[in-house]
Design a protein around this ligand. Structure first.
Ligand code: NI
Length: 195
């Protein structure tokens, strides 16, 4: 069986299969040198940030507003949010595009999802960023809560008990891993104010 080098490398990254002919880098038997930390070339770390395997590939805002750049900053803030990143890594989610939802678009289609929409199980997630009067933007935390709802739709299409269980889990983990909420939190105290 012929295996291309690219697919072989990919296989190593994905499955981390040991090669029987090569002593593992972390081999640490008697009389051996201690394991050296791997340089990360073959096993990319899962970084916190937008360059990870998991996260959002693209951010899109509506072009017909003068403050479109502000809307873009909001989406960027969400994509970089440490709490959001944590859940993206944990569930291995890659969302194709995180988009601003048209203010009047789709409202009422789904009584629970008037503020957001998940298309194709995470292919595209739309979020309403602006207030109803279009005078400004909705609160960041409120938008992020809708994002948690839409992310739960990556796994469950219906608003059933499994959906809400996952949504609550996502929300609580978003909050627990958001360092901005951890004022007064001491490293090592173990309980990071799950609210
Ligand atoms: Ni929904």
């Amino acid at each position: 069986r012929v295996i291309g080098t690219a697919s072989l490398a990919l296989e190593r990254v994905q499955l981390a299969r040991p090669d029987p002919l090569v002593r593992p880098a972390d081999f640490d038997g008697p009389g051996r040198r201690p394991a050296r930390p791997f340089d990360g070339e073959l096993y990319p770390r899962a970084p916190v940030g937008t360059c990870s395997r998991w996260g959002f590939s693209e951010l899109r805002v509506l072009g017909n507003f003068a403050d479109a750049n502000q809307a873009h900053s909001l989406l960027e803030q969400l994509a970089r949010d440490p709490g959001v990143n944590y859940v993206m890594q944990k569930w291995h989610w890659r969302v194709g595009a995180l988009c601003e939802m048209a203010p009047d678009g789709r409202v009422g289609v789904d009584p629970v999802c008037v503020l957001g929409l998940n298309q194709g199980r995470g292919a595209v997630i739309y979020l309403r960023l602006r207030t109803d009067d279009l005078a400004g933007f909705r609160r960041y935390d409120a938008i992020r809560e809708v994002l948690a709802h839409e992310l739960a739709h990556n796994e469950h299409a219906e608003h059933d008990s499994r959906f809400y269980k996952l949504m609550r889990e996502i929300l609580s983990e978003m909050n627990r891993h958001d360092w901005r909420r951890l004022k007064g939190f001491r490293l090592g105290s173990g309980n990071a104010g799950a609210r």
